[in-house]
Structure formats: structure tokens, C-alpha cells
Design a protein around this ligand. Structure first.
Ligand SMILES: NC(=O)c1ccc[n+]([C@@H]2O[C@H](COP(=O)([O-])OP(=O)(O)OC[C@H]3O[C@@H](n4cnc5c(N)ncnc54)[C@H](OP(=O)(O)O)[C@@H]3O)[C@@H](O)[C@H]2O)c1
Ligand SMILES: *[C@@H]1O[C@H](CO)[C@@H](O)[C@H](O)[C@H]1NC(C)=O
Length: 290
């Protein structure tokens, strides 16, 4: 049976990338190398192997960096995920066995998600590209679908949470279910999934610690903090129309608002336990900690 040893991580200085780095570091079974952009300001621990690459991730530099790696794990930032077509090509050219795209969200193969915003569309197209290459036997892939990270969401005014202002925005009646997985369980799940290569080959690994609604989320926040939040309601239909128009004019915040909409309404593959995947091979894991 295949066993992965050499792993290259892209985006190790980022939010989830730094947690993925720690998870690999706790696990002595992997030989980790990090790929960092030349302009990156963050320092990485000096005992780690770091390859520096030009910010535009040129094909030749990618291919050289990927040589000898069994797995490429990508944790690059949301708005750059379209750079990955070239990274997949480079991984194939370098003979990498498995590519893990920067996803970590909802089911980006959901057509409604892909038509909602450019981020879900690019992530979905990258996964479709990987699926096609895998069918030709050129590379294998594995993608992590984990719903929302609530800690990240609370820190970034996401999912309707505006914690500093004690304000909460509901999409419609706030009763759509969406999946949540902690950051810790997501990264543990990722590392564990790479230790069972056959089961997780060419698979969208669905992680969900629990599913909740916005109403339940606000109840929990108010209970824990012992305060009442100001609430507002937006109509999904109007909101989507407005943000789509703004996004088409290059408004990046509107794109992010459409990403938020995709998650919190639970209607775009954000509730990972809900239908739609039965036609394909899927791996399920809840409670990634063994
Ligand atoms: N499920 C959720 O709730 C949730 C929440 C947030 C994000 N996500 C997803 O998780 C993945 C990683 O997101 P993240 O928030 O962890 O990423 P991030 O912290 O914003 O960035 C991760 C890394 O991307 C690299 N990078 C590559 N091109 C870049 C550019 N043009 N500008 C800035 N950084 C660039 C940087 O690494 P170097 O500096 O080392 O080169 C950076 O540290 C994305 O797919 C995102 O959509 C999911
Ligand atoms: C670990 O990775 C480095 C390159 O990143 C490589 O030079 C070295 O041979 C690898 N070690 C093993 C045991 O494969």
C-alpha cells in the first residue's frame, strides 16, 4: 500500500496553513517542506525546510520545488485559488502523487455554489481539473470540505457574527443548517486522511463536527456572553442580486459577502451531510481526533 512521506505545504504562514504546519510537526511520520513567496513577511521556524518562490508562482520554479514530493498540500489565500491550475500542472510534471487543493469550505462541486461567486467557481473548477487529470491517471487528489470554522468566523465578522459590535445579521429567517468543524479537527482530519491513502484517494473528505442554524448560533453566543445582540435581517434574494452587481464591478468585499451567503444559508452545499454526493465516492469523518 502506498505511503506518503514527503509533503510540501503552500501557505504555511497563513491562518489555516499555520495550523496544518503544527499538525504535521506533531506527527513525525512526514518529511515536511514549505513553499513561501519571496514577499512573504512572516518568519517560519528556522529548523524547517523552506523553499522561497517568486510571488507569481512561475511554472518552472513550482516544478523544481515539487520534485521528490509525494504530496502537495495547498493552503493558499482565498482570492488566489485560481493560481492552482498551474500548480496542478507543475505537480504532474514533477511526479507528485497527490494534490490537496486549497478548499476547506463547502461542497464546491455544487453547481449553485459555483454560480454564486468567483471563489466557489474557481475552487470547483480546480477540483474538476484534478478529477479529469486523475481519470487520465496523471495524479491523484483529495479535497477537504469542513463547513465553517466558527473561531475564524467570529474573528472575521463572518456567518452574521459581529462580535465587537454585539450585532448579528440573519439571512432570511436564519433557520438554514450549515456545517461547522473546528480548526483543530480540520487539520487533524487532513493529516489522518493522508495516512489512509487508499481510502482517501480521489475523494472529497467531508468533515462536520456539527450542523447549526444562525438562530441557534446567536442563542449560543448570547448565552455564553450573557448579553443580548442587536439583530438585523437581510433577504438572500435581494442581497445576492446587489452583491453580484458589485462583485462584477470588481468589489472584492461583495465577493466575500457572497461566500458568506453560500455558507450561512446552508443552501449551496454548506450543510455537508445533505444530499447530492451519493453518486460519488466520499469519505466521511466526524470527530477527526482519534
Ligand atoms: N471554512 C472556513 O471557515 C474558512 C475560513 C477561512 C478560509 N478558508 C479557506 O482556507 C484556505 C486558506 O485560507 P486562509 O484564510 O488560511 O489563507 P490566508 O491566511 O489568507 O493566506 C494563506 C497564505 O496564502 C499565501 N498566499 C499566496 N498568494 C497570496 C497572495 N496573493 N496574497 C496573500 N497571501 C498569499 C501566503 O503564504 P506565504 O506568505 O507563506 O507565501 C499566505 O500566508 C482558503 O481556501 C480559504 O478559502 C476557509
Ligand atoms: C525530506 O525532504 C527533503 C526535500 O524537501 C529531501 O531532500 C530529503 O531527501 C527528504 N528526506 C527523506 C527521508 O525522504
Amino acid at each position: 500500500m502506498a505511503k506518503f512521506t514527503n509533503v510540501l505545504l503552500i501557505g504555511a504562514t497563513g491562518f489555516i496553513g499555520s495550523a496544518v504546519l503544527e499538525a504535521f510537526e506533531r506527527d513525525s511520520g512526514f518529511n515536511l517542506t514549505l513553499l513561501q513567496r519571496a514577499s512573504s513577511k512572516s518568519r517560519l521556524p528556522s529548523h524547517l525546510k523552506v523553499i522561497t518562490i517568486a510571488d507569481s508562482y512561475p511554472m518552472e520554479e513550482l516544478t523544481a520545488a515539487f520534485k521528490g514530493q509525494d504530496v502537495v498540500v495547498n493552503c493558499m489565500t482565498t482570492l488566489s485559488v485560481g493560481d492552482q491550475f498551474r500548480m496542478v500542472d507543475a505537480a504532474i510534471a514533477a511526479g507528485v502523487q497527490r494534490y490537496v487543493p486549497s478548499e476547506y469550505g463547502l461542497n464546491n462541486m455544487n453547481p449553485a455554489a459555483q454560480s454564486l461567486n468567483s471563489v466557489f467557481e474557481e475552487k470547483g473548477k480546480v477540483q474538476a481539473y484534478l478529477r479529469a487529470k486523475a481519470e487520465q491517471g496523471q495524479i491523484e487528489w483529495m479535497s477537504i470540505t469542513c463547513g465553517i470554522w466558527l473561531k475564524w468566523g467570529a474573528a472575521h465578522d463572518f456567518a452574521g457574527m459581529h462580535v465587537q459590535e454585539q450585532r448579528f445579521v440573519f439571512w432570511d429567517d436564519g433557520t438554514g443548517y450549515f456545517s461547522c468543524t473546528t480548526e483543530e479537527n480540520t487539520v487533524a482530519g487532513l493529516v489522518q486522511a493522508l495516512k489512509i491513502p487508499e481510502e482517501t484517494k480521489n475523494t472529497n473528505v467531508f468533515l462536520s463536527d456539527f450542523a447549526i442554524t444562525q438562530k441557534q448560533l446567536l442563542d449560543a453566543i448570547e448565552r455564553v456572553q450573557g448579553v443580548k445582540y442587536k439583530t438585523e435581517t437581510v433577504s438572500s434574494e435581494n442581497f445576492i442580486e446587489e452583491k453580484r452587481a458589485a462583485a462584477s464591478q470588481g468589489d472584492v468585499l461583495a465577493t466575500i459577502a457572497l461566500v458568506e451567503t453560500g455558507f450561512v444559508t446552508g443552501k449551496y452545499g454548506g450543510h455537508v451531510g445533505e444530499g447530492g454526493h451519493r453518486h460519488e465516492q466520499t469519505a466521511w469523518a466526524s470527530r477527526a481526533h482519534a
